[in-house]
Structures are given as structure tokens and as C-alpha cells.
Design a protein. Structure first.
Length: 59
């Protein structure tokens, strides 16, 4: 499984997505589970509410 980060925009926080999430189809820069866990620990990165990438990290 892989994850990806949607960069922060001026009015929102950055989002962490599952690699196949259709709400952010960019497939460049996929990250590992370890990197995704580190990203979620950052205060300015939140999980996508559609693909819920945080549930895949808690196993």
C-alpha cells in the first residue's frame, strides 16, 4: 500500500491520501507507510475524509 500528500493550499491544510484516492489523482511522489505515519504526526497535515488513509496506518 502507498500514500500521497496533497500540498497545502492558501485556505486549507495539506491532506494525506491513500495512493489510489480519486479525490487527488496525482500519482507522482507516492510515499511509504513510515513516511505517511510521520506526515500524520505533523500539525499541518490531515487525513482525507474520503479515503481515510489513517485507518490503513493503524494496523
Amino acid at each position: 500500500m502507498s500514500w500521497k500528500i496533497q500540498p497545502q493550499r492558501s485556505s486549507s491544510v495539506a491532506l494525506l491520501h491513500r495512493g489510489g484516492c480519486a479525490t487527488y489523482p496525482d500519482q507522482v511522489g507516492l510515499i511509504s507507510r513510515e513516511d505517511a505515519m510521520i506526515a500524520l504526526a505533523e500539525p499541518d497535515i490531515e487525513p482525507c475524509q474520503v479515503c481515510r488513509p489513517d485507518t490503513g496506518l493503524l494496523r
